[in-house]
Write a protein that binds this ligand. Structure first.
Ligand SMILES: [Zn+2]
Length: 454
């Protein structure tokens, strides 16, 4: 989504405007692929998917996904109509938990952060795969979330991003249980909070803080068939405040520094910071504000800075230069008037770690092979999602779609066409089953990792 226009003055940072800046994979659709798709997958990956698709039990399971379509759409409508603004996901979490329990995960619960977590155990000694979708939407409390049907589509804010993912997780749980499919690895079902902007991935950060034995993650987000997100762009955002004594523009001249002049010096220095184009690293002073009146030496000034990179080290290097520029600017402004009364402070208002899942990893090859089975060419994408968190730990993670054609993420006009959406739910489930393996059908492909320590 393009950035919406922002008011020049910083004012109180409007949550909705900030929320609108969140990136979802679909929002990156105009971007190029972040890596070429490997032409071939490893023989063991190929073999596992051949075994899966040849197994009558799996064919029956996939038929069940199709047969569950209408019921899953009812879950989709029910969950969409429970609003879930950032930090206010609780009601939707409770509804999701109730469905999870009804569909057979009796031990599921809501954790301290607000995530719904349920473990479906494998045969033992297999890998543990986190499968997730996020509960929160960008829309503030009071938004009309009633689902409307017209033009062959379902319309409601949040219905695609990411309520479709939530309803597909529930559908998978139902069909796996109804058909008594025993996976080798464990499936950790999670409906998490805090994916959208102000949430700063708090839900996923808590999951990886509390569960040190997760071997991989497959997240569901609205995404065209065949798209696989493998890159998590990291971002840091700062609000910087300059403060001085202020004074009359004529009477106090020569005795006090200006907060606005100091900030101007900082912005001039920041504008000269150089960043690599690969890994892509960017920065901008997005908003400025401050001052009292035209004839007042400004006592205050504020700006908001966004720093992003496809590589964490590059981001930190750029951040260091920007913070140093601010300190230098304060020194220069004080020196200009021979005072020491201007100061600057900064606050980290956005913190998303980043990383990358290698395109030749089992995780990505599994998705590629599964996509091939369903007739889709794979496109490897980047973005900023829940997968940033596992990627930052080096844990293989991808974000894939789960069916349906959606448009207008983060806009009130958001909609999804669920015609044949069950095909996407099958495709993504097959990706997952190859990774964790199915008893008597195929081995678990996802390697087990040594458990992390805190
Ligand atoms: Zn999303």
């Amino acid at each position: 989504m393009p950035r919406p226009p922002r008011a020049l003055r910083l004012a109180p940072l409007a949550p909705l405007v900030l929320a609108l800046l969140c990136a979802v994979p679909g929002a990156q659709a105009q971007n190029n692929a972040v890596a070429p798709t490997p032409a071939q997958v490893a023989p063991e990956v190929d073999k596992a998917y051949t075994q899966l698709m040849a197994a009558p039990a799996i064919q029956k399971l996939l038929e069940a996904v199709k047969a569950d379509h209408d019921r899953a759409v009812e879950d989709l409508k029910m969950l969409t109509e429970i609003e879930a603004p950032p930090f206010k996901e609780q009601k939707r979490a409770e509804a999701f938990l109730a469905r999870m329990k009804a569909l057979g995960l009796a031990d599921a619960k809501i954790d301290a952060e607000g995530n719904v977590v349920g473990l479906r155990k494998g045969t033992g000694n297999g890998p543990k795969l986190l499968i997730s979708a996020h509960l929160d939407t960008v829309f503030p409390a009071g938004t009309d979330v009633k689902v409307k049907e017209h033009d062959g589509k379902l319309h409601a804010p949040g219905i695609a991003d990411d309520t479709r993912g939530l309803s597909v997780l529930l559908s998978w749980l139902k069909v796996l249980n109804d058909n008594k499919v025993q996976t080798v690895g464990d499936l950790l079902f999670v409906a998490n909070v805090g994916e959208e902007e102000l949430g700063n991935l708090r839900g996923m950060k808590a999951i990886f803080r509390d569960h040190l034995d997760i071997d991989g993650m497959v997240g569901l987000e609205p995404s065209p068939d065949g798209n696989v997100l493998i890159l998590g762009t990291a971002s840091h955002r700062y609000e910087v405040t300059f403060k001085g004594p202020g004074g009359h523009s004529f009477g106090a001249f020569g005795q006090v520094p200006s907060a606005i002049h100091g900030m101007g010096r900082a912005i001039a220095k920041i504008a000269e910071v150089r960043t690599p184009s690969f890994p892509k690293t960017t920065f901008t002073v997005g908003t400025v504000g401050g001052g009292t009146s035209v004839n007042t030496i400004a006592p205050d000034a504020r700006m908001a800075i966004d720093i992003r990179s496809d590589d964490m080290a590059s981001l930190l290097e750029t951040e260091k230069k920007i913070l140093a520029a601010i300190d230098e600017a304060v020194v220069e402004e004080n020196k200009r008037w021979n005072v020491g009364t201007l100061s600057a402070s900064n606050k980290l208002i956005g913190d998303r770690p980043g990383g990358r899942t290698p395109s030749d990893s089992v995780m990505v090859e599994a998705a590629i092979r599964s996509n091939t089975t369903f007739g889709h060419k794979t496109l490897l994408r980047g973005g900023s999602t829940d997968a940033n968190v596992p990627m930052s730990y080096g844990i293989p993670a991808i974000i894939i779609g789960s069916g349906g054609k959606s448009t207008g993420f983060h806009a009130l006009s958001e909609s999804i066409d669920v015609t044949d959406a069950w095909k996407g739910a099958q495709n993504s489930l097959v990706t997952v089953l190859g990774l964790v393996g199915v008893q008597g059908v195929s081995p678990a492909l996802l390697p087990k990792r040594p458990a992390r320590t805190r």
